[in-house]
Design a protein around this ligand. Structure first.
Ligand code: FAD
Length: 83
């Protein structure tokens, strides 16, 4: 297998760099050691800054078509000080 650029890790950083390089005409191979995305930290919430990136990539129109739930409100509470 031949490629111009090999990226180690298919997390958000690796996948984003892969997309940007591919769009720039670079052949890219992203290697990810996990076979699935079943890890707890994989995007429970999509932040406004992430939405901005999706907009810049031209994906914002299609993104809401994916299964998701909207957070109608967010609350925070002050926890007790540690002893
Ligand atoms: C508990 C928790 C909850 C979070 N919740 C959210 C959230 O709701 N929304 C949000 O936007 N962000 C959330 N984050 C932050 C988000 O997960 C990180 O900002 C993001 O994953 C960082 O991306 P990354 O590509 O830099 O690293 P990673 O996501 O860690 O990606 C690195 C990838 O490299 C792979 N890898 C490692 N070594 C190798 C190797 N030798 N060969 C091949 N592959 C390899 C790993 O399997 C991994 O997939 C959360 C983080 C944590 C810890």
């Amino acid at each position: 297998m031949k490629t111009q650029c090999m990226l180690g890790g298919g997390g958000p950083a690796g996948m984003m760099l892969g997309v940007l390089l591919a769009r720039a005409g670079v052949s890219v191979l992203v290697l990810e050691k996990h076979a699935d995305f079943l890890r707890d930290f994989r995007g429970d919430t999509v932040h406004p800054s992430t939405m901005e990136l999706l907009h810049e990539l031209g994906w914002l129109n299609d993104f809401p078509k994916l299964p998701h739930q909207k957070a109608q409100e967010v609350a925070a509470c002050k926890s007790a000080a540690p002893p």
